[in-house]
Design a protein around this ligand. Structure first.
Ligand SMILES: [Zn+2]
Length: 416
């Protein structure tokens, strides 16, 4: 079976130019002792907004690996796919993130729910999960509630999984099940029965992406109760270790944290829990590599800075349109966005400082950053102008991409 390594990072790359710079960060992590696998992920939505194909991501990944002589694991992730769009990804991908968020909350048929409640009645009562301080109290009603909310989603995941398996062959790809884009977080108690439903479907899930407590906005820090998060994250790790044994799921099953980049305030807690439980994690970054491109272009000055300013000017004028697909995962306060005149007066350094995620820098502006994060479509529409600038200023951009991924992310989650 293609088995995902214990530590892995999901490196989105909107324009497909930073594969080398991203892989360099993984090489740095390896040199320091963290055996990280790199997963290049791109969703159907991103392919559509940018006008790329999964084969482009495969080419980029293979090329970077060949150029740098990378011996570690690497994958191409069909991110957030469903039955309606998976075909496009079959050839190029060896990692499939089955997105069943749309099916959560819809009920499976009554007979299936009854059968599930009967089968897992064996966990009713006092359930001790090693590592979790207090034994859980599981009621039949609670099992039924999870079944009503998640069984249909698990069944749908099973359909997608079996379809991919029929096309690619068993064991030839990594499977992730994601429910992160739902309204409500999934608690560790619910996770037990969600994993049971996934096991019943015969899905050899190697990663599971729940929705965690708190807000995981794109490209900015975590918003929520940091201690509550750490507790739930730790309990999820315990539930997963238990589920591997009790439910027969793959023994490398681990959590996947979506929109996981830039969540600086929870990294220390995650690291503590991972260490204490000797557990692995998949950290999916939120496509922020593209922001590093803009930072590099701004720093380059001249035409690079002009492009960065133009992206902002256009994005500001199209705020509502750009916001729409990301409405639930950003929090932009329009009153905190700098006006065009102001931004046009900024030097490249000032532009970069407003955009770079350095909370210690007084110029950093999270609203500015989030708006630009969701505006890659604007750069895509610039076409050749943007892509040539990436090539003209490749060095300064790559420096930003690599250091962001290594210093602000891998170092903190995999090494500190
Ligand atoms: Zn996601």
């Amino acid at each position: 079976m293609k088995a995902l390594e214990k530590l892995s990072i999901g490196a989105g790359d909107r324009f497909g130019h930073q594969g080398l710079a991203q892989l360099r960060a993984a090489i740095m992590a390896r040199e320091k002792g963290a055996d990280v696998a790199v997963v290049w992920n791109k969703s159907n939505r991103e392919h559509n907004l940018i006008g790329t194909e999964p084969a482009d991501v495969r080419r980029e990944a293979d090329q970077a690996v060949k150029t740098l002589g990378w011996k570690g694991g690497y994958y191409v992730d069909a991110d957030h796919i469903g039955l309606g769009n998976v075909d496009r990804f079959l050839d190029a991908s060896d990692f499939f993130t089955l997105d069943v968020a749309d099916f959560t909350g819809e009920k499976a048929d009554a007979g299936a729910i009854d059968a599930f409640v009967r089968k897992y009645g064996r966990f009713e009562g006092r359930l001790a999960i090693p590592g979790i301080e207090k034994p859980l109290q599981v009621s039949k009603e609670a099992i039924r509630a999870v079944a009503e909310k998640y069984l249909l989603a698990a069944q749908e995941a099973g359909k997608i999984y079996r379809y991919v398996e029929s096309k690619k062959g068993r064991g030839s790809f990594v499977t992730e099940v994601s429910m992160d884009e739902t309204d409500l977080p999934q608690t560790p108690d619910e996770m037990i029965f969600i994993l049971a439903a996934i096991a019943d479907e015969g899905i050899p899930a190697q990663t599971i992406a729940p929705k965690f407590t708190g807000r995981f906005n794109k490209g900015v820090d975590y918003v929520g109760d940091v201690r509550q998060f750490e507790k739930e994250f730790d309990e999820d790790l315990c539930v997963i270790a238990w589920a591997v044994k009790e439910l027969g799921l793959p023994d490398n099953l681990k959590l996947s944290v979506h929109s996981g980049s830039d969540k600086f305030s929870i990294y220390a807690g995650m690291r503590r829990a991972l260490k204490a439980r000797n557990a692995g994690v998949h950290l999916k970054t939120a496509g922020t590599t593209w922001i590093e491109e803009l930072i590099g272009l701004a720093e380059a000055g001249g035409e690079g800075l002009a492009i960065a300013r133009d992206c902002y000017r256009i994005a500001l004028g199209r705020f509502e349109e750009l916001r729409k697909p990301y409405a639930t995962v950003i929090d932009v306060d329009p009153s905190k966005l700098p006006n065009i005149k102001e931004v046009d007066g900024w030097s490249g350094k000032e532009f970069a400082e407003a955009l770079r995620h350095d909370q210690g820098c007084p110029r950093y502006n999270m609203h500015f950053r989030q708006l630009l994060h969701i505006s890659f479509k604007v750069a895509a529409e610039m076409g050749k102008r943007y892509l040539s600038a990436l090539e003209d200023h490749a060095e300064v951009i790559a420096r930003n991409v690599t250091s962001n991924l290594f210093e602000r992310h891998m170092q903190k989650i995999f090494l500190d």
